[in-house]
Design a protein around this ligand. Structure first.
Ligand SMILES: Cc1cc2nc3c(=O)[nH]c(=O)nc-3n(C[C@H](O)[C@H](O)[C@H](O)COP(=O)(O)OP(=O)(O)OC[C@H]3O[C@@H](n4cnc5c(N)ncnc54)[C@H](O)[C@@H]3O)c2cc1C
Length: 377
């Protein structure tokens, strides 16, 4: 065994980086290890939408808390994080989706989240490139976007300023029950605790963890400044994102500061490779063109894929693992890990230090899966 740390974080995606920033700032002697590079996993493949979602009370609580923390950080973030509070525009194609927009409006407003209902004409005024005839939409005013790789780097720089150490190219083979880690090169590093923040790969280090890889495709366009102004998402997205059995696509577009647009998104289980699936990509783009017909005339520069870390109840796993109280988890953030990284980091630091958490954390405890069996999941 060499050296000793209070905490070893395995995984330098945005979740590991956010945990490192908070734990180092709280005074813990922190080491972060990644077998690749900072932000080179799902974080580098993600979209960077900072979004409050209401699939469950616990999901709303963590996304809203995290968005608040992003807003508080706003003035300190470096320019390359490209944080823009552009708002989310949820568009409703028909009356059924408009009813969903109204339900969401009530839910968010009752929890002090700023929202605004738009009729069909107001939606076109807000986003003139949307097709005519949409029923309306909902604007979530304080949602925004960041550029995930630079956001992760900013958080890791914060951790380093507070004394944390980061080692790239350090593959971990096992998390030791007594707290440290065993590296793939045969060496060991001791620590009071370890934290598995390896996202979609977390079951490799914590066998039996209820985390599945859920593949997504993204496409980025050339530069067309002002083509869209909000992150625009179809309300039909909620149906497809919630489907746990089928492959799905939904219209989701994000304006970047460069004038480029990121277009998503797809969801597939049991597609473990990184290759682009052209059927899915074609469906995804056809869906986007249905909403923004002029997109068909623009050019794209690149397409890529990434894997989300999905749990059966769509909530992350934050806290001590079921089997070993010195092995902690910060994983399973599915399609919300850029948003919730920062809230996760704060919860982990508060729990490790025995401080009261600012939002209840029980809903994210890995122990909720103590009797989990994949057959029932
Ligand atoms: C297409 C797509 C779009 C998305 N859009 C959004 C969005 O708009 N908003 C949002 O909030 N979220 C979004 N997400 C989700 C978000 O990207 C993820 O939830 C988030 O990046 C997860 O971060 P992480 O740090 O947990 O994992 P990762 O970024 O995957 O980091 C895990 C790290 O662990 C390392 N690692 C793995 N195994 C080991 C080992 N044995 N030893 C050492 N290191 C190891 C890997 O190298 C990797 O760097 C999207 C995801 C996808 C795929």
């Amino acid at each position: 065994m060499t050296q000793s740390f209070d905490l070893i974080i395995v995984g330098a995606g945005i979740v590991g980086a956010a945990c490192a920033a908070e734990c180092a700032a709280a005074g813990l002697k922190t080491l972060v290890l990644d077998r690749g590079i900072l932000g080179g996993g799902t974080t580098g493949a993600g979209m960077g939408h900072i979004v409050v979602m209401d699939d469950s009370e616990a999901q709303f609580a963590l996304t809203e808390y995290s968005r608040r923390l992003w807003l508080q950080l706003r003035d300190q973030l470096s320019a390359d994080v490209e944080y823009e509070v552009c708002g989310t525009l949820w568009v409703a194609a028909d009356d059924e989706e408009m009813a969903e927009a109204r339900r969401k409006e009530k839910y968010y407003a009752a929890r002090n989240s700023r929202v605004e209902i738009l009729d069909g004409q107001a939606v076109r005024r807000a986003e003139p490139n949307l097709r005519a005839g949409l029923a309306g939409g909902l604007r979530v005013v304080d949602d925004g976007v960041v550029y995930p790789p630079c956001a992760a780097r900013f958080l890791m720089d914060t951790a380093r300023r507070h004394g944390a150490e980061f080692r790239a190219g350090a593959a971990v083979r096992a998390l030791l029950p007594e707290g440290g880690v065993a590296l793939a090169d045969g060496s060991r590093i001791s620590a009071e605790r370890s934290l598995n923040a390896t996202g979609p790969w977390s079951p490799e280090l914590t066998p039996g963890l209820p985390v599945r890889k859920r593949k997504g495709h993204l496409l980025i366009t050339d530069r067309y400044p002002g083509f869209v102004h909000h992150q625009i998402v179809e309300l039909g997205y909620l149906k497809s994102a919630h489907s746990v059995s089928k492959d799905s696509v939904a219209f989701n577009i994000q304006p970047r500061q460069t004038g480029q647009m990121l277009i998503g998104s797809s969801r597939q289980y049991d597609a473990l490779g990184a290759e682009v699936d052209h059927d899915i990509l074609t469906r995804m783009l056809a869906r986007a063109v249905e909403y923004l017909p002029a997109l068909a005339t623009l050019s794209a520069t690149r397409v890529w894929t990434g894997h989300r870390a999905a749990t059966p109840d769509k909530l992350p796993l934050i806290g001590p693992s079921i089997d070993h109280d010195r092995v902690w988890l910060a994983s399973g953030h599915e399609g919300l890990g850029i948003t919730t990284s920062i809230g996760t980091g704060r919860l982990v630091a508060d729990m490790l230090l025995g401080r009261k958490t600012e939002i209840p954390a029980e809903a994210y405890a890995p122990s909720r899966f103590v009797n989990y069996s994949p057959a029932h999941g």
